[in-house]
Design a protein around this ligand. Structure first.
Ligand SMILES: Cc1cc2nc3c(=O)[nH]c(=O)nc-3n(C[C@H](O)[C@H](O)[C@H](O)COP(=O)(O)OP(=O)(O)OC[C@H]3O[C@@H](n4cnc5c(N)ncnc54)[C@H](O)[C@@H]3O)c2cc1C
Ligand code: SF4
Length: 506
């Protein structure tokens, strides 16, 4: 007998309480899930990203089956797998003849369009995982030229009663950002309580074997794979973070250190993005730690701002600006992405560290993404679409709704200032201040010219020279442009020539 509903679940929708299950009935409805090679290959995904999605999907499938659901699951290596979600959905509809087909809002415009083409009657249900719906964000954005996160965040705090004391922010300030920028002293971070790693069970081992053989040429390694692949593991990771690393999270949020890929960061992004965790429970757990006196307000506010603020805000930007956002290029940047982004083979120590750990774990923390790999691409003038493809490929937490605004808007200024009030342009001296990377590098962060000139510093001046006219329209660039104006014509010419040689050598 034909099922009443076909309930389509995508790889980043592993939530048994989603709108899809409202009124659903295991006796009358069928769940459909498919592993599609296209999702791993439209950008060449890191092996750990592919393995994480597949293992988490298979664990979720098994949980649903244990709860009595009939799950039509198309494995990657199933004979005749059609390779794309759209083709598999169309085949599932033909196989089951359901009365209706539904899916929760996909996280990627491309996927939503492809599914709608394959199944025009597809019902798209709201994604209740997020605290701000796309309609609510559109109302916030209406009529605004710039969409500053801070105002959005304050509205979200008020609306959801998070860290509030009546109508006022707890502690009297909305934002403790100024307390969240400490670097480590020369002794370094010392012993940081390690995050739990999750040993591969038989399901994960099978996936690791499959990914290793099927995607052998893809970037990254599986040797360190220990990400949470089920809700139970994600909850354990959350508990461990709140208990052990949240108290120092805020203070060292922007710091970097050689050989320390995670520091005090939560490593929860992939569990949140797969929907193994609900952002509300993560926020409440952090708030409880503050109420119990186990974590300072600055740390808890800093953490909550990332989830209730940034995460919801970038999703709003994505859905109000797509599909055009994908093609924005306000600085007309057109350089290719250097090949070492895929190998980590460069003499620049900061980039070698950040890319090296990215390939090893599928992870880099926010400042490494923004102020090392993102900054270098910005200064070099890499075409934003190429930068976007790289970020979408190499991180285990990469899903386009969150990756694209962070890459295009925040890190590359490609939206011309919709998201960021100025480009995140800096010299190597910023990296020197926030890390110990420069100590182990053949270059000198303070030098812009000469044999030991730091490429970041040379390219910083070239970036300002190249974009001088455009950047005059950006009020927060005034200070940096004043410094530029102090340079003599001869110095300008030398910097341009040094940058030209640097680019030529890539
Ligand atoms: C160029 C660039 C690309 C990025 N691509 C992604 C991506 O594909 N997927 C992704 O989840 N994050 C992305 N981020 C945001 C951020 O770097 C990661 O969320 C974070 O590093 C994940 O590590 P964590 O869980 O240890 O985060 P923590 O530092 O512990 O932060 C806690 C949580 O806050 C959320 N968060 C923090 N910063 C941001 C942000 N800027 N935007 C949205 N959510 C945020 C994440 O859910 C994260 O788990 C990107 C940032 C940049 C600059
Ligand atoms: S000197 Fe320059 S290239 Fe070397 S680590 Fe420092 S910032 Fe990076």
């Amino acid at each position: 007998m034909s099922p009443r509903r076909l309930l389509a679940i995508l790889g980043d929708q592993l939530n048994p309480s989603s709108a899809l299950f409202d009124g659903a009935d295991p006796a009358r409805d069928v769940v459909w899930m498919a592993e599609a090679a296209e999702e791993a290959s439209h950008v060449p995904s890191h092996k750990a990203r592919i393995a994480l999605f597949l293992s988490a999907m298979r664990h979720f499938r098994d949980e649903l089956r244990a709860r009595g659901w009939r799950v039509d699951y198309v494995a990657l290596d199933a004979p005749g797998n059609r390779g794309s979600l759209a083709a598999e959905l169309a085949a599932a509809v033909a196989r089951h003849h359901p009365e209706s087909v539904a899916v929760v809002e996909p996280g990627e415009f491309r996927v939503r369009e492809a599914l709608l083409r394959a199944c025009p009657d597809l019902r798209i249900l709201p994604d209740r995982h997020f605290l701000c719906s796309t309609a609510e964000f559109a109302a916030f954005a209406r009529g605004r030229k710039q969409l500053r996160m801070e105002y959005f965040y304050r509205e979200m705090r008020r609306r959801h009663g998070v860290l509030m004391d009546g109508g006022e922010p707890a502690g009297g300030a909305w934002n403790y950002d100024a307390e969240n920028r400490a670097a480590f002293d020369a002794a370094g971070p010392g012993a940081i309580p390690a995050a739990p790693g999750f040993a591969a069970d038989s399901t994960t081992r099978e996936v690791l074997r499959l990914v290793e053989s099927r995607f052998a040429s893809h970037p990254g390694s599986l040797a360190r794979f220990d990400w949470p692949v089920s809700r139970e593991q994600a909850l354990a990771a959350l508990d461990d973070f709140i208990g052990h690393r949240l108290p120092a999270f805020g203070r060292y949020q922007d710091a970097m250190w050689t050989g320390e890929p995670f520091l005090y960061h939560s490593r929860l992004s992939s569990s949140l993005n797969l929907k193994l965790l609900d952002p509300r429970e993560v926020i409440r757990a952090a708030e409880r730690a503050w109420s119990a006196g186990a974590a300072p307000l600055a740390a808890v506010e800093g953490f909550v701002r990332q989830i209730l603020g940034w995460r919801e805000y970038v999703r709003g930007i994505y859905w109000t600006r797509m599909p055009g956002y994908l093609h924005e290029n306000a600085l007309d940047a057109s350089a290719p992405l250097p090949g070492f982004y895929w190998t980590g083979e460069t003499e620049m120590n900061c980039l070698r560290e950040a890319i090296g750990q990215t390939l090893e774990y599928g992870y880099a923390h926010h400042i490494q993404r923004l102020m090392i790999t993102g900054l270098y691409a910005l200064l070099l003038g890499v075409e934003p679409a190429r930068v976007h493809e790289w970020y979408l490929a190499v991180y285990v937490d990469a899903v386009e709704w969150v990756e694209l605004p962070n890459t295009l808007g925040m890190s590359q200024f490609a939206d011309g200032g919709l998201m960021a009030s100025k480009p995140y342009a800096a010299t190597g001296k910023y990296i020197h201040r926030m890390s110990n990377y420069c100590g182990g590098c053949r270059y000198q962060p303070g030098e812009a010219l000469g044999p030991r000139a730091c490429p970041f510093t040379t390219l910083y001046w070239d970036f300002l020279l190249r974009n001088e006219t455009r950047l005059r329209q950006v009020p927060r660039m005034a200070f940096q442009l004043r410094n530029l104006m102090r340079l003599s014509p001869a110095r300008r010419a030398e910097l341009r020539e040094a940058a030209r040689r640097l680019k030529h050598a890539l």
